[in-house]
Write a protein that binds this ligand. Structure first.
Ligand code: SME
Length: 161
């Protein structure tokens, strides 16, 4: 199982299409939230070669860092703050082509140039966690990423309650 987890394809679309069914199968076979999220983060980081991939959990009025792969990151982000806090407040996916152009962007790493942030929801429709993916290049993320990553957030909503 874990050894046979492979991402195939050359385009982003092909990679996501190879990755998502494997993530679904892997997480359906495990009930532990941290174990599932940790594997999902690793699969994204190494499968699509992103700079930083991580989860922030909603805890009270803050987001608190969860499983991640990449350089050490900010541990707490307030409601509405940075890209992550804005995605939480607005309850939607945010794509930032150039982090320097996003008012209030929180620079955990000066190497991060663009990012995509997506919320996962609990059964009452409240945001329960945020997925943050950072790139060292400008304008890495587009509608292909948001479409497949929104499918991933549905898998996360199911597997990681
Ligand atoms: N850039 C994010 C903070 C999290 S780190 O990038 C890992 C933001 O502005 O919310």
């Amino acid at each position: 199982m874990a050894e046979s987890f492979l991402v195939s394809g050359t385009t982003k679309k092909e990679k996501y299409e190879s990755l998502l069914p494997q993530i679904k199968a892997l997480t359906e076979a495990e009930t532990d939230v941290i174990a599932n999220l940790s594997n999902i983060i690793s699969a994204l980081k190494y499968g699509l070669d992103f700079f930083w991939v991580g989860i922030y959990f909603v805890k009270g009025e803050q987001l608190v860092l969860g499983p991640f792969q990449g350089p050490v990151a900010c541990t707490r982000i307030g409601f509405g703050k940075g890209v992550c806090g804005a995605a939480w407040k607005e309850k939607r996916t945010l794509i930032v082509e150039d982090v320097e152009q996003f008012p209030g962007h929180i620079a955990c790493s000066s190497l991060s140039r663009s990012e995509i942030v997506l919320p996962a929801f609990d059964k009452n429709g409240e945001v329960k966690l945020i997925l943050d993916i950072d790139s060292e290049q400008l304008a890495t993320f587009d509608e292909t990423d948001s479409m497949y990553l929104e499918q991933l957030m549905e898998i996360i909503s199911r597997c990681c309650n």
